[in-house]
Design a protein around this ligand. Sequence first.
Ligand SMILES: Nc1ncnc2c1ncn2[C@@H]1O[C@H](COP(=O)(O)OP(=O)(O)OP(=O)(O)O)[C@@H](O)[C@H]1O
Ligand SMILES: [Mg+2]
Length: 418
Amino acid sequence: MGSCWSSRVKAESPFSSASASGANSRSVGRDGNGLSGSSSRSSASIPPTLRTEGDILQSSNLKNFTFSELKAATRNFRPDSVLGEGGFGSVFKGWIDKRTLAASKPGSGIVVAVKRLNHEGLQGHKEWLAEVNYLGQLHHSNLVKLLGFCLEDEHRLLVYEFMPRGSLENHLFRRGSYFQPLSWNLRMKVLLGAAKGLAYLHSDEVKVIYRDFKASNILLDTNYNAKLSDFGLAKDGPTGDKSHVSTRVMGTYGYAAPEYLATGHLTEKSDVYSFGVVLLEMLSGRRAIEKNRPRGEHNLIEWARPYMTHKRKVFRVIDNRLEGQYSLRGAQKIASLALNCLSMDAAFRPTMDQVRSTLEQLQETKDAGEQPPKMQEPARARSIGSSGKGSSLISSEEAKSDLGTHSQTINIEGTFLT
Ligand SMILES: Nc1ncnc2c1ncn2[C@@H]1O[C@H](COP(=O)(O)OP(=O)(O)OP(=O)(O)O)[C@@H](O)[C@H]1O
Ligand SMILES: [Mg+2]
C-alpha cells in the first residue's frame, strides 16, 4: 500500500494515554438499542485502558496460535497467497479447521486472513495489542471478526475472518476487470453498514473513537456487508465531563478532521468527519487526496464543497460511472449529509447514529437510487498488490515534515503527546 505522499507510522497506544482514564465501566453485550446488527462487548466491566497485556491476552476468547500453526495455515506465508499489504505488514490467505481452529489443508476448513507484523514497517506491538484488546471485546456485525493472534518471540500476527471482497478502496479506486465500478445502490449499502459500525463504537455502552476511518479499512463480505477493520489507533472516548481526549495527532492524510489536526483533541466527531470524507469518495469515485489531478482538484473536499452547496451543481461531483442510477433528490440528500459531516465546526456535525438513521431513511424512501444494483463481478480472493494506494497513516512528525505538500494539515505541531 505504498503511497507516494504518506505512510503509516507508529500509532499511539490506548494504554499509554493518561487522558483516556478508562474510568468508565460498560455493560456486557449490546443488542437492539437503535443500532441494528448483533453486537456485544465482553469483559466490558473491565476498563480497557487499565488492562495489562496479560489480562488482554487471557481474557479474550481469542485463540492463541503458535507461529508454526500459522505458517502451516498459510503454506509458509506463500507470496501467492498475499491478500494485500498495509502499514502493519502483509495479509495472507490461510485455512484453519472450523471446529479446532488448527491449521488445515488449503481448500479445506475455513478461510482466514492472517496479518503478519513487518518489523521494518511503521507499526508495532502497541498497535497489535490495541487490535487484540478492542476486537477481542467488541462484537458487531459491522466489525471484522478477530479469531485469534500469535505472540511468539518477535512474531506478532492476527487472524481474522476472511472478507471475500477485500477492501472498499479496491472497489472504488482500482481499475481493471476484477473491480467493476460499484453501483449506486451498493455504495449506499456499504455506507450504511460502515455507519452502523461507527455508530456502535460511539454508542454509550462502548464509547470508542475509531480514529482511522478510511476506504481501505472497510472490508466487504460476499454480499457487500461492510465491516470495519484495524483498531490499532482506536481510543477510548472521553469520560466524565471531559469533552475530548488529548492525543498525538495520528491518522491519515485527507481523512483526519481539521480541529483534530490543529489541536490533537480527539472526539467522536473526528470519526464523523472521516465518514464524510469516505462518503464523498463514494459519491465522486475520487480519492480524498490525488496529487495527479489538475490544480485546485488535489483535495477532494476543497474541490467538491462549492458544488455541494448548490443543489443544482451536486451532480458535477458525482462519479459519472453512476449516471442513470440515482435520483437527483437522493443525490442532493446524500450530498447534504456529506456536507454536514464535513462541517468545519465539529458541533455542527451529526452523530453517527443520526447519520445511520438518515442513510436508512434514504434507502427506505428509495430516494437513494432508482435502479437495482448491477451484478458485480466477484473480486478475486487475492487482491492486487499494494501499489497506487492513496493514503495511509500519518504521525504528527511526518505531517510536520510534509507541510509543504499537504495544505490541509498545517498547524500540526507534533506536541500533543499525552
Ligand atoms: N480480513 C480480511 N479479509 C480479506 N482481505 C483482507 C482482510 N484484512 C485485510 N485484507 C486485505 O489486505 C489489505 C491490507 O490491509 P491492512 O489493513 O493491513 O492495510 P491498509 O488498511 O490497506 O493500510 P493501512 O495500514 O494504511 O491502514 C486490505 O486492503 C485488504 O485488501
Ligand atoms: Mg487496514
